[in-house]
Design a protein around this ligand. Structure first.
Ligand code: ADP
Length: 483
């Protein structure tokens, strides 16, 4: 990778622990591959307990100094980090496409999205305001102070190798916290590149560490440590529950952004073209590998056939290929397990009576063709689980209540979408959907200024927006008497 970058220094194959670039103490490494070719693109240290411990100790020291800095000073460093990400966006996008597979234009979009969190939280750093309460008695005053939680930890997934990191570390540092990050072992190079830029932006040594390596060992150490006061995790509900259990003994504060099973409802009175565009954007971004991808598309009987026809035209225009190929619109899936899951979901749906509306599934290595299924029912795997691939299952429904009931009949509650031109229905359905996020007449709901997160088994807490900063702040009541 390094030779194809404008700045080869952004490609690092060492962990960044306590302000220094380092190998694992025992010298072990993990190979990282390019999902498009299956070939190794480099190695990162297989860090475990000792490296994590060193990172936590450094984070504790660095945080003691960082929290005392003026907010404007913290903001200036975050803005410098933002600017460096933008300046190096071509290289960052290239690293991301090679290790993750997404098409280059999407990688460029993610780099801008990732940078936007530094800008937003740099601005927010200067508005961490407290309060002076109305005095309960003449000689008393009560103040409310906001203080950083302390040392924080983050564990991030492979599907957004950069944005899931900046969405956590930007508010952490803005609030005055330090952070130890464990990126996904599948996409560590984006995380290491952002650490290089953080160092250049003037982030103090030890304030932000990137510990690559063994998930269980690093996760166990981060959760067991009494020094780590907060864990922010994005990934599967299964691992989120493990980390929550492990965090119980130290009563850590938790932000968990977990799996979803997003419904996408199209009502008879919807703008059909808009709904098709929304479905395409929501379903096929990152080849269907996002936790807010439309997983169940429910279409009312009166618009069903028109919607499916228009959708098939758009799906037929998709081009599967390497993310570096400018003609490609759909990259490879992350690994063989992801491909196997897609295949299993499609086969299960067909066996239970669904039909291909598009061309049948075609698999070539990790490249998977986009598929539209009709006649889908709630018993099928495509309805019950997150497929995390380019499969668009269409259900037909008659009544609004029926669609809302099906949409809510899941243990998950992250994203949901619906399309209607009725103002009454917009309110009614928007309020009835049991999800942390609702998109009305849009398939795009991610932005740095709006809270992102789920209800039910999709997680705890919110990232982005004003609440994203609160996740890293404690509230202190300061009672004064004898005034
Ligand atoms: P996905 O299914 O999206 O890969 P995972 O929940 O498996 O989601 O992974 C998300 C992140 O959690 C990755 O960084 C992964 O290495 C990490 N992870 C997986 N298992 C554990 C664990 N037992 N403890 C800590 N982190 C883990």
């Amino acid at each position: 990778i390094a030779s194809s970058l404008n700045d080869p220094g952004l490609f690092r194959q060492q962990a960044f622990v306590a302000g220094a670039w380092a190998d694992a103490e025992d010298g072990r490494t993990i190979a990282v591959d390019d999902p498009a070719t299956g070939e190794s693109i480099g190695h990162v240290p297989a860090c475990g307990v000792p490296e994590t411990r060193a990172a936590i100790e450094a984070a504790e020291r660095a945080q003691a100094e960082w929290k005392r800095r003026a907010p404007a000073e913290r903001a200036a460093i975050l803005m410098a980090w933002h600017d460096l990400i933008i300046e190096n966006s071509a290289d960052l996008a290239r690293i991301m496409t090679i290790e993750q597979g997404k098409i280059l234009s999407e990688a460029e979009g993610e780099v801008r999205y990732a940078a936007s969190f530094f800008k937003w939280f740099a601005e927010e750093a200067r508005r961490i305001d407290g309060a002076v309460l109305a005095p309960p008695a003449r000689d008393r005053r009560v103040l409310v102070l906001k203080e950083p939680v302390g040392v924080s930890a983050a564990i991030t997934p492979w599907n957004f190798p950069l944005a899931m990191i900046t969405r956590k570390c930007a508010p952490a540092l803005a609030a005055g916290c330090s952070m130890v990050l464990k990126p996904s072992e599948l996409t560590p190079f984006s995380a290491l590149a952002v650490a290089v830029l953080g160092e250049r932006a003037g982030v103090p040594a030890g304030l932000f560490s990137v510990v690559t390596g063994l998930p269980e060992a690093i996760g166990a150490e981060l959760t067991a440590s009494p020094v780590v006061r907060k864990l922010s995790f994005t990934g599967s509900t299964r691992v989120g529950a493990i980390l929550m259990r492990q965090s119980a003994d130290t009563l850590k504060r938790l932000s968990l952004e977990l799996g979803g099973n997003a419904p996408f409802l199209v009502f008879d009175d919807a703008d059909c073209d808009l709904a098709v565009l929304g479905a395409m954007a929501s379903k096929f971004r990152n080849a269907g590998q996002t936790c807010i991808c439309a997983n169940r598309v429910l279409v009312q009987a009166g618009i069903h056939d028109r919607f499916v026809d228009r959708l098939l035209d758009e799906v037929a225009a998709l081009r599967v290929g390497s993310g570096l190929d400018p003609a490609a619109t759909l990259g490879p899936l992350i690994n063989d397990a992801a491909v196997a899951k897609v295949r299993a979901h499609v086969e299960d749906a067909l066996a239970q009576g669904a039909r291909y509306a598009s061309a049948p599934l075609h698999v070539d290595g990790r490249f998977v063709s986009p598929v539209v299924l009709t006649g889908v029912t709630t018993d099928m795997l495509v309805a019950r689980e997150e497929t995390f691939g380019p499969v668009l299952p269409v259900f037909r429904f008659e009544k609004e209540e029926e669609a809302v009931r099906i949409a809510n009949a899941t243990p998950f509650g992250l994203a949901s979408y619906f399309f209607t031109s009725s103002l009454h229905r917009a309110w009614r359905v928007g309020e009835a959907l049991e999800f942390g996020m609702v998109g009305l007449n849009t398939g795009a709901i991610s932005m740095e200024s709006a809270p992102f997160g789920g209800v039910k088994q999709s997680g705890l807490g919110r990232e982005g927006g004003h609440p994203g900063l609160d996740e890293f702040l404690e509230i202190k009541s300061f009672h004064m008497e004898g005034i």
